[in-house]
Every structure is written in structure tokens, then in C-alpha cells.
Ligand binder design. Sequence first.
Ligand SMILES: [Zn+2]
Length: 624
Amino acid sequence: MLKTLDARAVAIDGGFWARRQAVNREAALPHGLRMLETAGNLDNLRIAAGRAQGRFRGRVFADSDVYKWLEAAALEMARVPSAALRAQSETLIELVAAAQGADGYLNSYYTIAEPGRRWTDLAHGHELYCAGHLLQAAIAYRRALGDDRLLAIAQRVIDDIHKVFGPGRRATTDGHAEIEMALVELFRETGERRHLELAAFFLEQRGHGRIGENRYASPAAFQDRVPVREALTVEGHAVRALYLTTGVADRYLETGEAALLMLLTRQWEDMVTRKLYLTGGVGARHLAEAFGQPYELPSDLAYAETCGAIASLMWSWRLLLATGQARFADLIERTLYNAILAGVSLDGERYFYVNPLASNGEDEHLHRGGCHRKPWHAVACCPPNVMRLLASLGHYLATGDAEGLQIHQYASARIALADPGLALRMESDYPWDGRVRLTIETSSGSSWPLALRVPAWCAEATVTVNGAPAARGDTTTGYLRLTRAWRTGDVVELALAMAPRLVQAHPWIESTRGRVAIERGPLVYCVEHADQPHVAVADLEIDVASPLAEAWEPERLDGVTVVRAAGREADHASWDDRLYRPLESGGPAGGRPVMLTAIPYYAWANREPGAMRVWIPRLEESST
Ligand SMILES: [Zn+2]
């Protein structure tokens, strides 16, 4: 089993992710705080604290957005001290403390809007969910900053929950999983076994009809159809489903119960072989924000909530810790660079809730989709979730085990472990360049293995130590394993071939049949109107026989490598205004040759609105 590194062991200090983290810190967090003020989240706490008058605003889980913002702020401050963030977060922590009741209960919605109705609507009330987010934020303050003030508040909340729920008390759980992983984290932090046991208790409540009827009249929507131990597929609301599997995985990591890992593996394989978008997005359906049936993966109507992708990453991370298998780190990489990163604009102040893989470039008024990221959402779970994920990114780069170090994600960063005393510098222009240089800065001199992931997308990887080709060790888990007595100044150079490539989807996915997508390295690409302004994106076809070309363009979209492909703009004029026509009335293939310019999917919708496609029809002579 792999071990997470200390909260301050990894510092991303350059390159792609340092830029995203700087935007997160300097633009997204201040923006987020303004939005929490405007949307009423902070006023809700002020009213609950008796410091203001008024009605509750927003959704029942509004407090959780404040907690996620606080978690992100703690993690950012740990890396780069900020007097402004410190002052703002201290004001918020003091406000949260004031909103807490004498009995420890803390939830502004039930305090203001439905006093006397605590714990009466477990399916929709989100009380345990909010407590879970408070706890995660509190643990982040302790680990990142050594600050226990929020943890003192959170522990009183949890003590109150222990009095209400558990064996011999109320036997039910929240309709939205979240509390479980937070309780396991509190167990890890305090060593108090009762928190691990309460997490297990909440997990075991599912599948017995104890949560109550939900608004979709479907127990599957809230993961209440079967007990956790009988769940072999991912189903229902995607964020809820994967927060739950993350909680189950946390329980496995603490108990080592083999049956749980077997179940989780089955569910993860169900997801990646039948219910996963190319981007790593999950939850195809707008209805109930749910996983669809196998292969139900529409491109234009993809829901693929940003939070679902974050949940998938958190789950895969725990399965990576449990197994050491690169396939979990591969999915983390795919999800991070594509489904998650698309959720936030390049300037850090606009957010997608829904992440389609195709858009006609027009606004969508009936649901949360469309081609515009918005400054905030009425349901604002995603923006602060992206903020805390980006702030915690260093956590997902590397792990240790009994003897050595494993690098899972490549970035420019310094990794330092106190025990055993070792430090190394990792430098890379990833994801644009597949070369990674690791320099040993400190080593005990004893022999230990350094494991480097070879991504599944990479057809050719070479590695040298001090300029000489190195033995790769056992690569069955997807990692190169370099074992030697490392000395200060040793240099490892990994080169991952990163040529652009075409991929196709399983024929049972309706929306992608006859189409291909472009990938390069960990990035999924798309064609967007802004890069081919004189062509209708819907008419673009790609010639799969022509070679793909790439070019680094520093001025485009904060700097991206674009991929160009030969194709044509099909001429659909013979359709007139018909939607359907007899097959034999189709004319010969026609159109004009064009060069398609594809950009990384994460960067779409940062310019003037326009159509976008990930999956591009193949140019075939009979296709007009
Ligand atoms: Zn969300």
C-alpha cells in the first residue's frame, strides 16, 4: 500500500500547474469570496449568528461552499503566505464559530429557515454533507497551517452528530455522501476510532430504504437501491455515487477488508469501460445528474459535472494508494487535464457546471449547460471544489512506501521527505513536452527504488540515469522502477513520446460513431470556431489518412500546443432545409479542403462564443 506524503512535502514551483495555482490564488479565491458575499452564503451565517436580519438565501447546502473556499484558502496560504487571505479566512472562521449553536449544531439553513426540523430530511437536507465539508476544511487548516481553530468547531459538530446517529440511535444517513470520507480523515488525524466506526455505520445504512424517498422517486438516484456491499456498478447521481465510493475506499485503506477493494474495483471498471467520457467526465445524464446506462454518453448533452470529475479523481487516488496500479493514476491524469480543468476559465473567474463535448455555440436556457462559463452558479458546488482541488494538487504528484518514492504525475516541483531524508527536483514542460528531468538533491546513500509512471497513452518511453540507459525494473504495474544507491546530483531523464494521435470510441456509443478525436500526451483536443472562423465547425470532417502536425503557440490561450489536421468543410447545401430525405436523393460527396486547428479541450470557451467539437466526423467520400 502506498502512503500519502506530508502536506508540505511537495511544492509545485514552476510550469503549467504553478501558473494555474497562481491564478487560483490571485484571481479565483478573491473572486470566490466576492461571490459568496453576493450570493448570500456569508449573510446566512451572519443571520444564524444573530448578527444580521433577513431570510436564508441560496440552497440548503450553501454553507458547504464557504467551507470549500476555506479549505482552498488554507492550502494556498501554506504554499504562499498571504496577509489578505489570512485576514479573510480568519474573519470567516470567526463567523462560522459564531453561527454554531451551544449544542454544537451548525447549519445556517436549518437554523434560519427550518428551525426545529433538524435531521428530518436526510435525503435532501445535506446536513451531514455540510458537516463533512467543514471537517475537511478544518483538517486542511491543521495539516497545512498548524491552525486548530476550525477543527475545534468541527469537532463539536461531529460530537453532536455522534449523539444523534449510530448504533442504538438514529439509523440512517445523508442522501449525499461526503461525511464518510471526512470522518475517516478525522480518525487519521486524531486516532479516535469512533470516527472510523461512525463512517462505517453511515456506509452500511444504504440500500435499506432508511434515507427516505427522494425527489426522483428512485432509490438508485441516491445510491440507496442496494447495500454498499452489493453495489457492482456506478449508478445514480454521479457526484453522490463517487463521493460514496471514495468513502468506501477510505474505509478500505484503514481496515484492509479485501471484499471492499473487490467491490470498488468492479465499480471502477464498470465506470471506465462503459460510462466514462474521453475527457474523464462522468455522469452523462442531466436527469438526476446521473450516470447513464452503459455506453449512454451523448456529446452535446453530456452533463459531466465538474464536481463529478473531481470526485472521480479523489476515488482513483485512493485506489492508486491501495493497489499501486498505474491505471488509476492514468485516469487521474486524464480527468485532471481535461474534465476538471475545463471547469474553470483561464482567468479563474468563470466556471462550467456542465461540461459537454460538443456545443453549437449557443446559450442554453433550459438547464445548466451552454457555451459560457458563468461567474458563479445558483448551485455553486463546482467553483470552490475546483479551487480546493487546484490548491491541493501537489498531494497527487507522488507517494512513498516502505522503501522508496513513486512519481505519479509530472510537473515542475520539489519533493522533500523528512523520513527517510531525501529530496529531489522535478522539472518538466509537461503537458506540452514529454521530457521530465529529476535531480536528486538529498539522499541517504542507501539503495531505494524510484518509480516513474509510464502513461498508458505513451507508446515509447526512454529513461537514463546520469546519461546512461537504465534498467527499467519490473514494469507490470505501469511504472519504471529504478533501484540504486542514489547520490546527491544524480540525474534521471525520462522521455515520454508525445506525438498527437487519433482515437476512436466503442461503436455502441451513438454520438461518436464514425468520428475520431485528437489527443496529444494527456490532453484531449477539440476544434472550436474561434480557431477556424471562416468554417462551420458542424461541417468539419477530418482526413484520418493525413499526418497530424503540431505547433507551440505562446500567444494562443495562454500558450498551447495546437494540432493541425487535413480535412474538409463538407457542403451540405443539397439538404436545403430538410431534416430527413430519401437515401437515394443524396448527391455526390462535396466540400472544400481545409486545415483543422485543434486546441486542448480545457481551453475552449475562453474567447468569443462559438461551436466546439471533440469528436470529429471522418472524411469519407460517400458521406455527403
Ligand atoms: Zn458541482
